[in-house]
Design a protein around this ligand. Structure first.
Ligand code: 5GP
Ligand code: MN
Length: 354
């Protein structure tokens, strides 16, 4: 009843066991710009592995993660690669197993991806993005039909531990349950998209019986605004929001000068791209922001129903993602980025107009 189908084949199960049994130093990684699902899946996996295997387990992420995820259990012991390369490099090089969570391409880890690529050690990938890079890992557990990597991981844990129905809530610790719930919640916009399969609510039911306080988790993640951030949001919606009625599309842009003016911190723009979808009839929302580390513009796309944001991201912005949430980047000025967005919207007009 709980899992509609096994995530692992019999051979993959054997492979999982062999890879884990042979490992003494496990490094768990996630994508650049780690989100709730990335931090949730890596911290839950690390904790579960530490309890079940005799190995040291370390989570390493490519760069810093937002303050609104710092409260998460296990977040305090995550190592950040960017800016701490000399301390973190030996940890990755010592690993005899690397488990990558929440992305299907090494390049989504940026420079940490290069380190992992060059390190001759077996890899496992646990993810829910479309089209994983061929050969990215020896064992690939990829399920794009599931809401989040946290959902993939929780189902994997339940499948491997196969508890009796009465014991379901004993498989995970309270903290692991908190991490897993956070990832599912953040990747589904608090269960407003990508979460209509009944099974996800069976999983949530188990997490609740592990004692999580889901309302507190919601507040920890979403009710953390500074006054500055609230005002910045007002500015973006009042001054910067452009609505193209015929195309059912909304665009917002943010420069680094605006970032400075409002004292915008890492993570403060999270969720902003979703807001224009609240305008009746909007099918696509686009958010462009100057990157703080590279001379490029980051693109975030959100859509509703069948509009393939991931296809637009792949075709125009060198990126990808999910059907309703995708992203990429544009190497150029903001003006050039806006011009490219206009071209993309024009190309997809038949789908947007309908
Ligand atoms: P966000 O807008 O939150 O940065 O990204 C939304 C989703 O788009 C991510 O969960 C990820 O699946 C995808 N995405 C964002 N940036 C990229 C990118 O550069 N490449 C690919 N392949 N996917 C991306
Ligand atoms: Mn995810």
């Amino acid at each position: 009843m709980l899992t509609e189908y096994p995530l692992l084949t019999t051979e993959q199960r054997t492979q999982w066991r062999q890879m884990l049994d042979g490992a003494r130093h496990i490094v768990i990684t996630a994508h650049r710009g780690p989100d709730g699902d990335a931090i949730g899946s890596t911290t839950a996996l690390a904790s579960w592995l530490r309890r079940n295997w005799d190995a040291d387990v370390q989570v390493v992420v490519p760069n810093i993660f937002p303050d609104f995820l710092k409260w998460m259990p296990g977040a305090e012991s995550i190592l950040v690669y960017a800016g701490h390369e000399s301390e973190v490099l030996p940890v990755v090089r010592q690993a005899d197993l690397v488990i990558m969570c929440d992305h299907g391409e090494l390049r989504r880890m940026w420079t940490l991806g290069d380190v992992v690529r060059d390190h001759p050690t077996p890899r496992i990938m646990i993810d829910h993005h479309l089209d994983p890079e061929p050969g990215i890992a020896e064992l690939v557990v990829s399920h794009p039909e599931l809401s989040s990597t946290c959902e993939v991981l929780m189902r994997l844990i339940l499948e491997l531990e196969a508890p009796a129905p009465a014991e379901l809530s004993t498989v995970l610790t309270h903290d692991e349950a908190v991490s897993l719930y956070t990832g599912m919640m953040t990747d589904t916009g608090a269960f407003t998209y990508a979460s209509s399969r009944p099974e996800i609510f069976q999983l949530i039911s188990i997490l609740l019986s592990c004692g999580i306080d889901k309302d507190k988790i919601y507040r920890n993640v979403f009710f953390t605004y500074s006054a500055q951030r609230m005002k910045f949001q007002g500015y973006m919606l009042y001054v910067k929001l452009d609505v193209w009625k015929k195309a059912h599309t909304a665009l917002m842009t943010m420069t680094n000068a605006e970032r400075r003016r409002f004292g915008i911190l890492n993570g403060d723009t999270e969720g902003l791209v979703n807001m224009p979808l609240q305008i009746l009839g909007t099918k696509l929302s686009i958010f462009l922001r100057e990157d703080t580390e590279q001379p490029c513009i980051r693109v975030s796309l959100r859509s509703v129903d069948d509009f393939p944001a991931n296809e637009m991201a792949a075709e125009f912005f060198g990126g990808g993602g999910h059907k309703n949430a995708a992203g990429g980047e544009i190497w150029g000025t903001m003006d050039e980025a806006v011009a490219l967005v206009k071209k993309a919207v024009q190309k997809y007009m038949p789908l947007l107009k309908a």
